[in-house]
Design a protein around this ligand. Sequence first.
Ligand code: BGP
Length: 463
Amino acid sequence: MLRKDFLWGGSVSSMQTEGAWNEDGKGESNYDARVIKDGHSDWKTAIDFYHRYKEDIKLFSEMGMTSYRFSISWARVLPFGDEEVNEKGLDFYEDVVDELIANGIEPIVCMHHFDVPNKLVQDHGGWWSKEFIESFKRLTIAVVDRLGKKVKYWFPINEQNAMMFSSALFPSSDLAQNDVKGRDRRSTQSIHNAQVAGAFLRKYVKEVNPDAQVGGMISYAPFYPVDCNPVTINKAKRIQEAFNFLTLDPMVLGEYSSETLASWKRYDIMPDMSDDELELLKNNTSDYIGFSYYSSRLVSDQSADDNNPTEMENIMITMMSNKMEKNPYLEQSEWSWTIDEVGLRTSLNDIYRRYKKPIIILECGLGVEETLNDENTVEDDYRIEYLRNHINETKKAVEIDGVDCFGFLTWGPIDILSSQAEMRKRYGFIYVNRGETDLKDLNRYKKKSFSWFQNVIASNGED
Ligand code: BGP
């Protein structure tokens, strides 16, 4: 059985939901400033959660959700990333938190989910700059001073292992095309700076509210060797370590593994780390571990090239390139994401055995192109099947394997923009009536999965 207070809910980010991109004192974010491809959505309206949050929270409450994870738009609180604080931005988040609590829904706050004030990027580049830590601290202080006593669950950064791709996330056009080491240095510095920022948040939240639970979050994927060639097995293990545990180790254990440090030294990409920073990491580890889970990856001996100069490049190539093999045992989504519910049980076990800390699944879901039928609903049996299978594997991890998992949050409980700003990739139990560029009326409609998830929650996962 899952624990009685198991958290059931959904996760979103600010830029994929809020809209109101330039209202009430919000600054321009790096996403607002992006050039949008023809036929794609921009981030300006999203699903207009900023104006419709009461209606949406009412629907979440009707579904029975006991938790809702959202992120803070950095530029809504610190329009330029500097000392200027936008109180109206804080008012909005406080209203959302109050509304959630009034509806019996536990807020889970993520401080940073990809978007940052554009001014900060223009002036300082990306997470490799120590200025990002300073600005993040200001953001944390402003938000936690306002919400610290009301919110129990916090974590600093969405999918913190994405910092590995930092120089891809933030423009690195000042570096020469072939400056691999330069980009790798930015990656390792970003990894470290994000760790420092995260540890600061954990420390500060606890100072304001010692009863709070403050975690860390990554995107987790199991990496399977495609065959039993020891070279492939070794490669899969190395990639698994680097993609998943390089970030989790310092977050949960308070220090980098000796393998990580050795590899950074070997490739001459050691980040600048002060003693004070390392002390901060050591003393402010995560109370719980959160992760997003969508698919497993298959590694062949071709997946990454041993001649590539560094481990970072190897991971990037494996993750991003078409050298990733298709698993013949598993189906894929319309977006070619491998569907692997057993991999979720494996992931829960891998993480729990290593750290013995409580775990929460903070994202899981199936993105599908959908339209409303004549009855103004969507018969999304595929979503029910996908989530049912993943919930069943979670239960096996808890009930058979003894993993301490305290929650399951789906990605996008309501349709939202995808990370690539596609409205056609929908994850929700609630359909939002808008197209890519045509905003239509933005009305909300319940899909078939709405009442299914309602039953899942009411029966604590027995449905
Ligand atoms: C995660 C991100 C989310 C979300 C999700 C689904 O990596 O944390 O922001 O978007 O993936 O991805 P997508 O929207 O591309 O389908």
